[in-house]
Design a protein around this ligand. Structure first.
Ligand code: IYR
Length: 224
């Protein structure tokens, strides 16, 4: 039998007065613009409950046909973190010493990134995000997922936002290729590693590059 959802009144919707809407939009911008990608982590631990709620926020993301084609592996085990660091640094070594084009290396130079990824061991959590390219049920039956990259990208954005909102910092790390993550984390072949999100507290005195974001008229156009 085909599944048919019951339709219900939009739960929890509350229309704010316009002045409050304006205040909230500005307040959120002022909060989210403080988010910075951090590469220097303290080893201070983070209660798991915080990560769990940030993951529930991520799992609420809009996605293709509500297939929710993601899986998050939360790694705090030091041995697994060490293995991930070893394999990631092997790929980064190859990237920085030949695989990357000169243009790419020149673009990265001002950001000061390099082949060493100590944060993969220092930070209390690595959240490894997998994209489920198709679904496999317990009997091995295959079914389709839709807009997988878009869906997992949106969920990752919400996760990053939730982590910032909680008061922690993160780093999107994408060693390439990332196939080693399936092996280390025992994830099946229908799941592709999408992103490693490094999560924790910044190291005391952590520094970030003094970058600017584009102005509104550079990122948006209004056709009235
Ligand atoms: N994955 C490498 C290289 C890298 C690429 C981009 I594009 C960045 O914005 C940052 C780094 C690394 O993690 O060093």
């Amino acid at each position: 039998m085909k599944k048919q959802y019951k339709f219900i009144p939009l739960p929890g919707y509350k229309e704010y007065p316009l002045d409050e809407m304006k205040r909230r939009a500005l307040a959120f911008y002022n909060t989210i613009k403080q988010r910075r990608t951090v590469r220097d982590y303290s080893s201070q631990s983070v209660p798991r409950e915080i990560i769990e709620n940030c993951l529930m926020a991520a799992g609420s993301a809009p996605n293709g046909a509500n297939k929710q084609p993601w899986h998050f592996v939360v790694v705090s085990n030091p041995d697994i973190k060490r293995k991930i660091r070893q394999e990631a640094e092997k790929e980064e070594e190859a990237f920085y010493s030949g695989r990357a084009t000169d243009e790419w290396l020149e673009d990265l130079e001002p950001l000061g990134t390099d082949r060493n990824k100590p944060f993969l061991e220092t930070a209390p959590y690595l959240i490894v995000i997998f994209a489920e390219s198709h679904h496999l049920d317990a009997d091995g039956n295959k079914s389709k997922n839709y807009y997988v990259q878009e869906s997992v990208g949106i969920a990752s954005g919400i996760l990053i936002t939730a982590i910032h909102n909680a008061g922690l910092v993160s780093l999107t790390h994408t060693p390439s290729p990332m196939g080693f993550l399936n092996k280390i984390l025992h994830r099946p072949a229908n799941e592709r590693p999408f992103l490693i999100l490094v999560v924790g507290y910044p190291e005391e005195g952590a520094q970030v590059p003094d970058i600017n974001k584009k102005k509104l008229d550079e990122i948006a156009s209004f056709l009235d």
